[in-house]
Ligand binder design. Sequence first.
Ligand SMILES: [Zn+2]
Length: 572
Amino acid sequence: MRFEILERDGLARNGVLEIDGVRHPTPAIARIAWEGLPPTTPGLRLSPRDAAGKGDIKILQSGFAPGAGRPDLDGAIDPWYRGSPYAEARPEEGFAVLDNIAKLLLDSPRFVEAVKEAKSGPGLLKPLYCSLAGMPHRLALLAYCGVDVFDSLPLIMASETGRYLTSTGPLEYSALKDLPCTCEACRSGARGEEALLRHNFATAEAELRLVSHKISTGSLRELVESRVRADPWLVQDLRLMDMDARGLQEMHAPIKGAAFHAGSKESLLRPEIVRWQTRLRERYRRPEGASVLLLIPCSAKKPYSLSQSHMRFRDAIFSSGRGPLVHEVIVTSPLGLVPRELEMFYPAKDYDIPVTGHWDRDEQKLAQDMVSWLVGTQKYDLVISHLGDEREAVADVLGDHVDTSGGEPGSRASLDRLEQTLKERCPQPREQGRAGRVFQDLRSVCRFQFGRSGDEMCEGAQAYGRWPFVKVARDGSQLGMLTADRGMVSLTLNGAHALARTGDYCVEIEDFRPKGNLFAVGVEGASPEIRIGDDVAVVHKGEVRAVGVARMCADELRLAERGEAVHVRHAA
Ligand SMILES: [Zn+2]
């Protein structure tokens, strides 16, 4: 058996499971093939060893024992019900397994622990198998937690108990006058257990295809946030995943991912968002010389600086002649704060939120905490609040400050007040202010992206070009450039030397010179902060051999034996 991961979206993945030379795409539902159970269509099957066909997943004999007579039940047949003929099916070998899943789905802390265990160490690269739980409305969440293979038992059980499955939860089959589905079974007009089973299979297959598409586009999380509404237990599972498996999720979240809607309470705890806030606290230092803090509201258009409202703010700042001193920081939900120079860094230009003009308590608290951290750590000479709806929530933690907006940041009077305040309260910046500021802004991006290595890389360097098309160079040799679409700095080989010196963002390889892209087989180690999409130095014993973009996170780089590890930009 061989398992190949083709696409990743956090812990979720599209892959290929190859058994006896037969290739099955994953995520997949393996159909139980057993005498006494309804006939199955082609595709991945689950069979006991003595009855297994080519390409089937073989299950342990003791793991599954139907045919003992169906218990006479008036309610749901649950697998953990004492009289149930269905036990969990467990594949023989090669799989990581979420054991006891039926119980785990009712015990969220244990569920999260089981996912963490399955996804740490070598189990990460095995296909993750989960019996009994793959109802259509659960597939998105389970795939999000890294499950690759489900079985058809829950679909069979649902048919036996008259549950008509949909992607938003089960319905009572007998209560449906018209069937809300156009699958072949429902269109036929036939009713009965077999028609119901065929519908349940079709629904699960369709949902799984949607899940797979969402993995492909990097947008599974939004589907998960909508599907978990079907069952409070699922909401609980997702919330606890976000709280208790935060580190695991963050490890697998790409550094530059897809744009998303942050439309639910759960969106606030997405790994990209938590990472943003953590990085600000751990890595952020304001650009040198930007000593006047100007807090402004966000805009629907991203990056913010392209919006009408932000162009007006910037006109006012420009007219004051104090631009190089002003540090614009956007107050926004759910990120909290976005310093202007980081507005292209993911996900600052890639999120959308519903805007009602009212900030709920969680959003207010977030803004207060972040602003309080900002003014407490960054030591500004002057703080100006030019905010809208969020103004009052933030005012309490600002201490001594000037309010120039009066709650209407876009009005002519407010903009004039902003310009006037800057003129009156700030000194004239020194002559080389503007060019120096571009460098300081770029250095701030480097710090945010690479931590201490980014700061060190910029020591004694200069910036060239007009924001955002800026390059950083030292002694005439280019180190990297800001790329607007990634919102990050892309390094040259010279830039990679700074990483090699600190050992951060380094992929250690055996003693060879990469020709083309680097594959996992040659990788010996990887520093822990590497995420998919990061710029990394490919090194051998401290010597830079290449620079490029990581295609795997640190955990996977250390474990994987195949697959592209680094997409190489320049080789030494
Ligand atoms: Zn149907």
